[in-house]
Design a protein around this ligand. Structure first.
Ligand SMILES: NC(=O)c1ccc[n+]([C@@H]2O[C@H](COP(=O)([O-])OP(=O)(O)OC[C@H]3O[C@@H](n4cnc5c(N)ncnc54)[C@H](O)[C@@H]3O)[C@@H](O)[C@H]2O)c1
Ligand SMILES: [Zn+2]
Length: 367
């Protein structure tokens, strides 16, 4: 299945399917790439799936240099960026070279940023290997890295030339990482597709077992949603904001626990539950729909507890959020499952009151 991200002046394909990696070389060649790419990956992904990827790339392009980076969020930093630049220079890369980012969101973000800045920008193709990266981070062109002052504070918009998502690769994912990606899947359904929520209500466990047909369906639907939302809003000024559903509180929970307690997706899981509860206070969503979404989120995994998370820490993080402007908060909420509304003038005191009871109850919104 091939989808297209349309950006006015240009577009790029997002291919999704089981076993795609075996034809990655031929597919990329057909898109016009001629020289061997420089592959950026980490040891984990290289060990699990490198043979298949390199088999396919090398039969299409000949020997491909590889740059391996450390595995984990803590390696999404400037040292790793310099390591990638050095690898590119060592491989004699020039303006006509191109990069393949092969890994999860960490590899995609930093390899994409290296490509965005090396010699003022060279092309890259993304071969995402985690559920989160296939449904979210690999599509849309946001690339970057973390600095001491915060996550993703340095970056660029640099669209890939192609995204190839082989859902078969997800079979080797650790359960908790798969779950973390599943919360972003639920987010996609919540904002744009009630049928996807309904599908997950029936097939969640089958998806979590990585059965190909079910997972293919889910990744295609999410890729379609993300591609639609980012098409025509390249730099996140307008409609892309709906992708932040559950992220206002989610990001604040991550920061308040110093990025140690929750995987990003898990914090978004709690963030969506908070958004459902807060939305109910504003008269949005029926109790039935709210209950469906909250039950689905809890069915993915036992979310790390909110115990001991301090309101003051959450609030401090929230105040730094770019959606917190002029004494008012802009928040994406759901009037119904599958549709969004952006509320621009939320009273911070109301949200703070809600969050106090949300944290005190351990995330129980009484549904
Ligand atoms: N650019 C965007 O629009 C965007 C959107 C959302 C998230 N992100 C970023 O994405 C990152 C998180 O991405 P992630 O959740 O993919 O984390 P990750 O890249 O750290 O991958 C999670 C773990 O899974 C391993 N892994 C990868 N593929 C595997 C496979 N097929 N089998 C087994 N293990 C595998 C990785 O080595 C890693 O240990 C964060 O840095 C976040 O900021 C970016
Ligand atoms: Zn997210």
């Amino acid at each position: 299945m091939t989808l297209t991200v349309e950006l006015g002046h240009r577009s790029y394909p997002v291919m999704v399917g089981e076993g795609l990696i075996r034809s990655a070389g031929a597919r990329l060649k057909r898109l016009g790439f001629a020289s061997p790419p420089i592959v950026v990956t980490n040891r984990t992904v290289l060990g699990l799936h490198g043979k298949e990827l390199f088999g396919s790339l090398e039969s299409a392009f000949g020997a491909c240099p590889v740059i391996t980076i450390g595995d984990g969020e803590r390696f999404k930093n400037h040292e790793t960026l310099i390591r990638i630049y050095n690898g590119l220079f060592r491989s004699r890369a020039d303006r006509r070279s191109w990069v393949v980012a092969f890994g999860g969101g960490v590899v995609g973000d930093i390899a994409g940023y290296a490509a965005a800045t090396f010699m003022r920008g060279i092309p890259y193709a993304s071969i995402p290997t985690t559920l989160l990266a296939q449904v979210d981070s690999a599509i849309g062109g946001k690339v970057g890295l973390n600095v001491r002052q915060g996550k993703n504070l340095i970056g660029a918009f640099h669209q890939p030339s192609a995204v190839l998502s082989d859902t078969g690769l997800l079979r080797t994912m650790p359960a908790r990482e798969l779950a973390a990606g599943m919360f972003e899947v639920i987010k996609s359904g919540a904002i744009r597709s009630e049928p996807l929520i309904s599908y997950l209500e029936k097939k969640l466990s089958v998806c979590m077992e990585c059965r190909p047909a079910a997972l293919d369906h889910v990744v295609i639907e999410c890729a379609r949603i993300k591609a639609e939302v980012v098409s025509g809003d390249e730099t996140e000024e307008g409609p892309r904001m709906v992708l932040n559903y559950g992220h206002t509180v989610g990001h604040a929970l991550e920061a308040a626990t110093r990025y140690r307690r929750f995987r990003h997706g898990e914090a978004v899981g709690w963030g969506m539950i908070a958004a459902v509860g807060f939305g109910r206070e504003l008269g949005l969503l029926t109790a039935r729909e709210a209950g469906r979404l909250v039950r689905l989120i809890h069915a993915v995994e036992h979310l790390p507890s909110l115990e001991g998370v301090r309101l003051e820490d959450v609030w401090r993080a929230l105040r730094r959020d770019k959606k917190f402007r002029g004494g008012r908060i802009r928040m994406v909420l759901l009037p119904k499952l599958g549709t969004t509304e952006i509320l621009p003038g939320i009273d911070p005191r109301h949200l703070k009151r809600f969050l106090r009871s949300f944290l005190q109850s351990g995330g129980d919104i009484g549904i």
